[in-house]
Design a binder for this molecule. Structure first.
Ligand SMILES: NC(=O)c1ccc[n+]([C@@H]2O[C@H](COP(=O)([O-])OP(=O)(O)OC[C@H]3O[C@@H](n4cnc5c(N)ncnc54)[C@H](O)[C@@H]3O)[C@@H](O)[C@H]2O)c1
Length: 268
């Protein structure tokens, strides 16, 4: 039995993963705004602190796995600053804060949730990505609201920041160097309440329908399909993964960017 904390465990991918891991006999510690063992707002520093403390207490001080699913997409009226706070800081602060618990776990593994929008949403601003990675939340929120406003596409900028943070951090002495695996997945369109919310807005629904046309398998993914991947990645058969961004998107990235990956390395 492994002990695994999951943020965003109350809905969608997080709920499906909590269900899968519980059925597999593991101890799951769920964190969410509501409807989870630990209720906390990961969009605020205080909420993150209380979530970290509560996970430490519930786990008895050691975690074998951590999956950071909590996230929000762009929606009319929702400022981009909130996306920066929840999607980026709500992910990396939890990963950093719970790393000492992972260090005491068995073959520990952490998985963040990026998105295939990072490679398939055209034209989002890298300024927000850079501002998140610089680590100053107040400044990142300012940039988010200034450069992005309420643009839906800036969701991708926060998810690129997550992916880049994971790659840079996974290989450091504190993570890979002590045997703690850190990776991210990049799902494509998955049928969850997040997509239902998008479909409730006329313009977003049109964009989502266009995006659906890019899925080679011809359908959105099921949360259980992502839960299976996450169960593998926090389990004990994925022990050589470090710093990977694993796309699971029904073929969208391959369809739109066939020749862009793997990218050949030029030196000098
Ligand atoms: N559904 C998709 O198509 C898709 C695609 C790529 C990536 N993702 C990512 O997968 C993750 C899960 O998304 P989902 O589709 O299951 O969405 P969802 O809306 O069903 O679940 C997200 C969960 O995060 C929680 N959450 C949001 N803000 C929070 C906060 N401030 N504090 C604590 N919890 C908070 C919500 O309450 C909810 O339970 C997200 O990070 C999302 O960006 C989703």
């Amino acid at each position: 039995m492994r002990t695994v904390a999951i943020t965003g465990a109350g809905s969608g991918i997080g709920a499906a993963t909590a269900d899968r891991l519980s059925r597999d006999g593991h101890r799951v510690i769920g964190v969410d705004l509501r409807g989870a063992e630990i209720e906390a707002d990961l969009g605020t520093p205080d909420g993150r602190r209380s979530a970290i403390d509560a996970v430490a207490e519930a786990s008895g001080g050691a975690l074998d796995g951590l999956i950071t699913c909590a996230g929000i997409s762009g929606f009319p009226g929702r400022p981009s600053s909130l996306l920066a706070s929840v999607n980026y800081f709500g992910t990396v602060v939890l990963l950093e804060g719970l790393r000492p618990l992972l260090a005491k776990g068995d073959r520990p593994s952490a998985v963040a949730i990026s998105s295939n929008s990072t490679t398939t949403a055209p034209g989002y601003s890298l300024e927000l990505t850079e501002a998140c990675l610089a680590g100053d939340e107040a400044e990142a929120r300012r940039v988010a609201d200034e450069v992005a406003g309420e643009s839906m596409i800036e969701y991708a900028a926060t998810k690129l920041a997550v992916a880049r943070w994971v790659r840079a951090t996974a290989v450091t002495p504190e993570w890979g160097g002590t045997g703690i695996r850190l990776n991210a997945i990049a799902p494509g369109m998955i049928a969850t309440p997040m997509i239902d919310e998008g479909n409730s807005d006329e313009n977003l629904a049109k964009q989502l329908e266009m995006f659906k046309q890019t899925i080679a398998l011809g359908r959105a993914g099921d949360p259980a399909e992502i839960a299976g991947l996450l169960a593998f990645l926090v389990g004990t058969e994925s022990t050589f993964f470090c710093g990977s961004i694993i796309f699971c998107d029904g073929g969208t990235d391959a369809l739109l960017r066939a020749d862009d990956w793997p990218a050949r390395w030029e030196i000098g």
